[in-house]
Design a protein around this ligand. Structure first.
Ligand code: SAM
Length: 219
């Protein structure tokens, strides 16, 4: 289910303008092949936050073909992006797109499961904290991704999680009539309940795209 009225979505999407023609081509190819990349309205929200925050270091969990990583790097001229992708085929495509866009100096693609890599040396010895984290990978692991990224962030960092309303299934079982997503629904609800209660961050949950949570870490 589209969580927003289709007419509203179509209208907003009609006003969307891609950052450049090369990114537009990457988006079109991904959509044609059903590679799940950030929705247009979520992209504009994320890029607005980046323009406001002006992060120096961004961490992304879930690269796919490198589309959102490239958008984030272009929206913030001097920032560096580290992005993690578990699928080696996707990782290769992301590297190739990022190289073609001339962003390979600023975007580092890591291949592996984020929950394992985030425990590794690379992150333990990170020179500076991250200012913005974009979580957009396996939905049932969001709590784990959150717990492992918070210690890598500075005060005031923004953690944005995509797809938190999961086509409406987070809100009501009626959108999952065959109970196919029971476990991820339970885990996402637990995660959002946790975000609403934790004292270490202030969180908004917005019905943009497929649902977005925006948390700002306290000092
Ligand atoms: C929704 S796509 C990411 C889209 C990308 N952020 C964009 O908007 O262009 C999610 C990606 O996360 C990857 N993924 C899933 N679980 C993961 C994990 N545990 N660690 C790292 N990547 C994971 C999937 O292979 C998939 O390519």
């Amino acid at each position: 289910m589209n969580i927003i009225n289709d007419k509203v979505t179509d209208y907003i999407n009609g006003l969307y303008r891609p950052l450049n023609g090369e990114l537009e081509a990457i988006r079109e190819a991904a959509e044609r092949e059903h590679v799940p990349i950030i929705l247009r309205d979520t992209e504009t929200l994320l890029l607005s936050l980046i323009r406001l925050k002006r992060p120096s270091r961004i961490l992304e969990i879930g690269t796919a073909v490198g589309y959102s990583a490239a958008c984030m790097a272009l929206a913030c001229e001097n920032c560096r992006v580290v992005t993690i992708e578990s699928d080696s085929g996707m990782e290769r495509r992301a590297r190739s797109n990022i190289r073609r866009l001339g962003l390979d100096e600023r975007i580092q693609v890591l291949q592996g499961k984020a929950q394992e890599l985030l425990d590794g040396e690379l992150f333990r010895n990170a020179p500076e904290p991250y200012d913005l984290v974009f979580i957009d990978a396996a939905k049932s692991h969001y709590r784990t991704f959150w717990e492992k990224t918070v210690p890598l962030c500075g005060a005031g960092a923004i953690i944005l999680c995509d797809n938190v309303l999961m086509r409406g299934t987070t809100v009501s079982e009626e959108y999952d009539p065959k109970n196919k997503f029971r476990t991820s629904i339970r885990r996402m609800r637990e995660f959002l309940a946790f975000l609403s209660e934790t004292q270490i961050a202030d969180t908004s949950i917005l019905p943009v795209g497929d649902g977005v949570s925006i948390s700002i870490l306290k000092g």
